[in-house]
Design a protein around this ligand. Structure first.
Ligand code: NDP
Length: 497
């Protein structure tokens, strides 16, 4: 089966959506490729200055002039639930479009990404149904209320590695708290989000959710610099995140930055061996290896190091790399040719740095035109190797051994990043000591990855600024307003009586 045998054709031309109408961009045409075959499947028309301005002004107009930001909670919950339902009703088409641009495995898109995208709307519907405010009573006869008001027009910049799952977290949070939004997907992966916005136009009033397409350096940076934007929520690489934040800083636009990682997956001899092995494989190879929370530095206690590494190599050799449409596929193609080449360049870097390639390191030879690489693991010479310090963002693991809890902690924290850490042990004192010492926003114990949406998600250091999650999103997507009222009329002695 291929996409071209399927009734859902890829869109010939991908346009933006402004004010619930399709917008034909005024910029260059950018080809979009299917990563599994390297074939061009569509053309995206870039939105530039005037389009960006039109999208922001549409959101601004709706925010300032309509009753959107003042809807009752009941109505907003209904809208969020409708958004969830429309995703589920169109799951098959959305999943295929997601696969077409990203090369993610269709089975995983249907099983996880679509479900998460739909759930993001339900999650925020449930969240706002329970939201409560702060009040301070009886301070010198005053009642003080802390109101939360929508922030305004928010710019949402989404990456290519999981467009639907990641962008819907931003969209659902933005509209749950009464904002209007301008979304810019990655120019490589526009299909699923463009389809989603075209579906949501039947639910959301014009101007609430607008979508612009184009390169980050053009469309994205124009969005960030636009004076009509009140918040920027960004997920992507650290280098780009820094640029976005510097640009946003010129206008004091608050940002959340969900950035890269080089997360330690620490495996103690006291761990359940098979579970830790499965966890290490899932931690680095899921989502075709392209995820910020990957456990890409696998630190293993020296007592079990050789055995564990050998088991990992054996399992890696058994992995089915191939067609993302096939059920049995475990790793599909890398999202773009350029990114595939970048990942492969780390195999050369590894050799130069004195790392030993244990498995993989090459383009997968069975797939000439697609962007497939062999799942790869290296034995790092030290934690200073580039493979241990730079985010590779692919199915590429680095192994290091440690002798003691202290050494594991030092290695894990010896990085510019601090997104997540994984700890595998059945020894409670070890779990407590190591998890407390981790300099990362999230610590997962004896589990590959577990995203609790009510809890904050984000990183220390160069892994980010701010957090995403229930209360974190409420704080980010709203402005706080303090209102103080005397409980009975005051007797004032003003000036100049
Ligand atoms: P980027 O950080 O460049 O892209 C993320 C998003 O930001 C995309 O929508 C991109 O648009 C947009 N963007 C790029 N430049 C700007 C800008 N100046 N202003 C506003 N928006 C911008 O990721 P890359 O694709 O370059 O990947 C580089 C590395 O980043 C990866 O190898 C990986 O290490 C990391 N990464 C981390 C992600 C995460 O989940 N934390 C997600 C993606 C990447 P466009 O793609 O259209 O240029």
């Amino acid at each position: 089966m291929s996409f071209f045998d399927n009734p859902i054709d890829p869109p010939k031309l991908t346009n933006g959506w402004i004010n619930n109408e399709t917008n034909h961009g005024s910029g260059i045409e950018i080809p979009i490729f299917y990563p599994a075959t390297g074939q061009q499947v569509s053309v995206l028309v870039e939105d530039t200055g005037d389009d960006v301005d039109k999208a922001v002004m549409s959101a601004r107009q709706t925010f300032d002039k309509s009753n959107w930001s003042k809807l009752s909670t009941e109505k907003r919950i209904e809208i969020l639930e409708d958004c969830r339902q429309i995703i589920l009703d169109n799951a098959d088409e959305l999943a295929r479009l997601e696969c077409l641009a990203t090369g993610l495995i269709l089975r995983e898109i249907k099983g996880f990404h679509i479900q998460r995208a739909a759930y993001n709307f339900r999650f925020f519907a449930q969240y706002i149904s329970q939201a409560h405010g702060e009040r301070f009573d009886n301070t010198e006869g005053y009642l003080t209320l802390v109101n939360r008001e929508p922030a305004g027009v928010v710019g949402l910049i989404a990456p290519w590695n999981a467009p639907l799952a990641l962008a819907t977290m931003k969209i659902a949070a933005a509209i749950a708290f009464g904002n209007c939004a301008v979304l810019k997907p990655s120019e490589q992966t526009p299909f699923s989000l463009s389809k989603l916005v075209s579906l949501l136009k039947d639910i959301l009033p014009p101007g609430v959710l607008n979508l612009i397409n184009g390169r980050g350096s053009v469309t994205g940076s124009q969005l960030v610099a636009h004076p009509g934007i009140d918040r920027i929520s960004f997920t992507g690489g650290t280098v780009t995140g820094r640029q976005v934040m510097m640009e946003a800083g010129k206008q004091l636009t608050p940002c959340t930055m969900e950035l890269g990682g080089k997360s330690a997956n620490i495996i103690f001899a006291s761990a359940d061996y098979e579970r830790a092995l499965d966890g290490a494989l899932i931690g680095i190879y899921s989502n075709n290896g392209q995820q910020c929370l990957a456990g890409s530095r696998i630190l293993v206690e020296d007592r079990i190091f050789d055995k564990f590494v050998n088991s990992f190599i054996e399992r890696t050799k058994n992995i089915t790399v191939g067609d993302p449409l096939k059920n049995e596929t475990e790793i599909g193609p890398i999202a773009s040719k350029q990114h595939m080449e970048r990942i492969l360049s780390f195999a050369n870097t590894a050799e130069k740095d004195g790392d030993e390639i244990l498995v993989g390191g090459k383009k997968a030879s069975d797939h000439k035109n697609g962007y497939f690489i062999e799942p790869t693991a290296v034995l790092a010479k030290s934690n200073n190797s580039k493979t241990c310090q730079e985010e590779i963002f692919g199915p590429f693991a680095s192994f290091l051994s440690f002798k003691s809890e202290e050494e594991a902690i030092n290695l894990a924290n010896d990085t510019e990043f601090g997104l997540v850490s994984y700890v595998w042990s059945d020894h409670m004192p070890t779990i407590m000591k190591v998890s407390n010492a981790m300099r990362s926003g999230v610590v997962w114990i004896n589990t590959p990855m577990m995203r609790e949406l009510r809890a904050p998600f984000g990183g220390f250091g160069n892994s980010g600024v701010g957090r995403e999650g229930g209360y974190s999103c409420e704080q980010f997507y709203t402005e706080e307003k303090t209102v103080s009222i005397p409980k009975s009329p005051l007797t004032l002695k003003g000036f100049g009586r």
